[in-house]
Design a protein around this ligand. Structure first.
Ligand code: RP5
Length: 169
């Protein structure tokens, strides 16, 4: 299936969260590459990598970082490919990461998802790719239908059993 995504993270300590994005992309059969680049520790590598990204056919970038989380913003400053930022929970519970990513200066946007919500980053990447690739948009519609069915089944079960029995499982 067409459409390639790059998943970049500031440290391997972000991987337990960022793997959730990879899982979703795999579920949808979307090609991706994954790497570690730090905006602060490896700034030269970041510039080189982002310069090469268009030639590789990457169409959306997901970037996760924690703390003084400059990675998604710096990537966005170097390319016009859409960048989705994932704030990783940090010493300040991720609020520092969230604000570092979401508060971009006007002119260089980063689409920011919730703290540790790499899953939503992948789903947003899929929605973006769906504009160009109808087969991806169709898969996203199917995914939503399955989710809707699951909530409806849970509601029915709760209504039938009442909350006590529902919680007992
Ligand atoms: C950020 O610093 C990374 O994205 C990570 O979330 C955080 C801590 O990195 P490590 O010290 O665990 O490598 O750049």
């Amino acid at each position: 299936m067409a459409g390639r995504v790059a998943i970049i993270m500031g440290s391997d300590s972000d991987l337990p969260i960022m793997k959730d994005a990879a899982k979703i992309l795999e579920e949808f059969g979307i090609e991706y590459e994954m790497t570690i680049i730090s905006a602060h520790r490896t700034p030269e590598r970041l510039h080189e990598y982002v310069k090469s990204i268009k030639d590789k056919g990457i169409e959306v970038i997901i970037a996760g970082a924690g703390g003084a989380a400059h990675l998604p913003g710096v990537i966005a400053s170097l390319t016009t490919i859409p960048v989705i930022g994932v704030p990783i929970k940090s010493k300040l519970n991720g609020l520092d990461s969230l604000l570092s990513i979401v508060q971009m200066p006007p002119g260089i946007p980063v689409a920011t998802v919730g703290i540790d919500n790499a899953k939503n980053a992948a789903l947003l990447a899929i929605a973006i790719l769906g504009i160009k690739y109808p087969e991806i948009a169709k898969k996203l519609e199917e995914y939503r239908k399955t989710m809707k069915k699951s909530v409806e089944e849970k509601a029915k079960r709760l209504e039938e059993l009442g909350w006590k029995k529902y919680l007992e499982g």
